[in-house]
Ligand binder design. Structure first.
Ligand SMILES: C[S@@+](CC[C@H](N)C(=O)[O-])C[C@H]1O[C@@H](n2cnc3c(N)ncnc32)[C@H](O)[C@@H]1O
Length: 243
């Protein structure tokens, strides 16, 4: 099994994910994520490893499943969104290994951030990761430009790390070229986790210092507006006018 555990708070762990964890003998995940669900892990064998050890972690989890253990691999948010569901399936596919398998969906960071910001994703939006660890920066730039020119709202994941700033710098330059400077930007850090922060600013005000690896950015489309701190992208309903 692979389960998304949501953005952080226990109330956003779905009952289905809770059930998957309860069924498992072995739980595999990044240490920080296991900390978020510590109270679900009593008596379980843990396969915990750090960032960038994903292949190792998934192989250990698959090996445990081959031994007949019930294994749950966890990702934050949803396991299919920049999470481990794909990697587990790739490993099974590469070895043509048929094991009982299911993916339990979770609340991904863009939806958690959207809820905190109001309704910025109520119309078409594009989800883009700015991490160039596994994706060439040229491709990231092409996608940011295409989505910005097509007037999608942008939900940006993996915005920048301490050392990896070039993709965010490039994205910022593209956004400044393609979107008006008063475009609303929502910044959500640690959504539904300890230390939650939420701000709504304009593209003009956005700087490299506004994001880190715990941040999700939402850049509005030409239709997005701000009302009393809420970001709203209308779907197009007609509200009529007041008499
Ligand atoms: C490797 S991705 C994992 C995404 C995860 N699978 C999901 O569906 O949310 C990590 C990135 O997700 C975003 N993220 C994850 N949880 C977050 C949270 N609670 N608050 C803000 N951003 C978050 C950040 O952009 C972070 O750099």
């Amino acid at each position: 099994m692979v389960a998304g555990i949501g953005p952080g708070a226990a109330v956003h762990l779905t009952p289905a994910a809770r059930e998957a964890l309860a069924e498992a003998d072995v739980v595999a995940g990044y240490g920080l994520y296991l900390d978020l669900i510590r109270d679900q892990l009593a008596g379980k064998q843990l396969i915990a490893s750090g960032m960038r050890r994903e292949v190792e972690r998934v192989r250990a989890a698959v090996a445990a499943a081959e031994e007949g253990r019930r294994v749950c691999v966890v990702s934050s948010g949803d396991a299919g969104v920049y999470g481990l569901a794909g990697l587990v399936l790739e490993e099974l596919a590469q070895r043509d290994l048929v094991l009982p398998f299911r993916v339990v969906p979770g609340v991904t960071a863009s939806l958690a951030a959207s809820a905190l910001l109001g309704a910025p994703l109520a119309h078409d939006h594009a989800v883009i990761s700015l991490s160039d660890l596994l994706t060439p920066i040229e491709l990231i730039e092409r996608r940011v430009r295409a989505a910005a020119e097509a007037d999608f709202v942008l939900a940006l994941y993996n915005v920048r790390s301490r050392t990896r700033t070039a993709p965010f710098e490039a994205a910022l330059a593209i956004l400044r070229e393609t979107r008006p400077s008063d475009t609303p930007v929502g910044i959500v850090r640690n959504a539904f986790r300890e230390g939650q922060e939420r701000r709504v600013i304009t593209l003009r005000e956005l700087t490299l210092d506004d994001a880190d690896m715990l941040t999700l950015l939402v850049v509005g489309s030409s239709q997005t507006f701000v009302w009393r701190g809420y970001m709203i992208t209308p779907r197009g309903y007609c509200l009529g006018s007041e008499k």
